[in-house]
Design a protein around this ligand. Structure first.
Ligand code: AP5
Ligand code: MG
Ligand code: ZN
Length: 207
């Protein structure tokens, strides 16, 4: 199965992907995670995208499409995948169409006020990427990842200014994909508010 997770920043795409990966056994491919790994490893790609990401703007389409093409060519991607955070523009969706046919596009709906609250309290493990929230799902020991003992930190783009830019960017460049995929007949929309397991239940019913 080839799935896309669509939705504003903080909609819970990463959190739901972690739940779905366990249950469906598909690889989770997050373009945000791939870029963050490149930044951490100080690769040429990482150096190119660091300041763009911190500001909350999008990385140029050509760079993003090339990275996704390479990732989808890996052997583990043969059986299907969950693509989280890609495509984010119409040109990216058109490029993906040439690579693979998508079975479902899952659009998570969450209001801006909730998203802002979630992002300003999010923490992430620098080593394994596990997602936490200081209010709703903190690590057992402050600043330390339960899964791998890595450092739990605040993403550079979870600062107030960047959150605003990301929401604007989402509205202008990504939200048009809801209609685009709707017309293709592959879109399902899910209420993303509630306990993550409850949201997962809504998703599972539609698969
Ligand atoms: P990316 O990493 O994809 O960020 P994003 O789309 O802004 O989404 P987030 O990761 O912020 O949110 P999420 O929906 O995954 O929510 P999460 O599960 O963490 O992209 C980052 C940047 O990379 C972009 O801005 C851009 O620069 C670049 N980029 C990436 N892809 C690109 C592309 N295709 N083209 C160009 N540039 C690209 O949850 C958030 C918080 O809420 C967590 O604390 C979590 O614990 C909590 N939470 C989750 N679900 C619930 C729930 N149900 N109830 C309560 N709390 C919840
Ligand atoms: Mg994410
Ligand atoms: Zn970790």
């Amino acid at each position: 199965m080839k799935l896309l997770f669509l939705g504003p920043p903080g909609a819970g795409k990463g959190t739901l992907s972690d739940l779905a990966v366990e249950k469906l056994g598909l690889p989770h491919i997050s373009t945000g995670d791939l870029f963050r790994a490149a930044i951490k490893n100080e690769t040429p790609l990482g150096l190119k995208v660091k300041s763009i990401m911190a500001s909350g703007a999008l990385v140029p389409d050509e760079v993003t499409i090339e990275m996704v093409k390479e990732r989808l060519a890996q052997p583990d991607a043969k059986k299907g995948w969950i693509l989280d955070g890609f495509p984010r523009t119409i040109p990216q969706a058109e490029a993906l169409e040439k690579i693979a046919a998508v079975d479902r596009v899952v659009n998570f709906e969450v209001a801006d006020a909730i998203v802002i609250g979630r992002l300003s309290t999010r923490r992430v493990c620098r080593a394994c990427g596990k997602i936490y929230n200081v209010k709703s799902s903190p690590p057992k020991k402050e600043g330390v990842c339960d899964a791998c003992g890595g450092e739990v930190y605040t993403r550079d783009d979870d600062k107030e200014e960047s959150i605003k830019t990301r929401l604007d960017t989402y509205r202008k460049q990504t939200a048009p994909l809801i209609d685009w995929y709707g017309k293709k007949g592959v879109l399902v929309t899910i209420d993303g508010v509630g306990d993550p397991n409850e949201v997962y239940g809504r998703f599972a019913k539609l698969m």
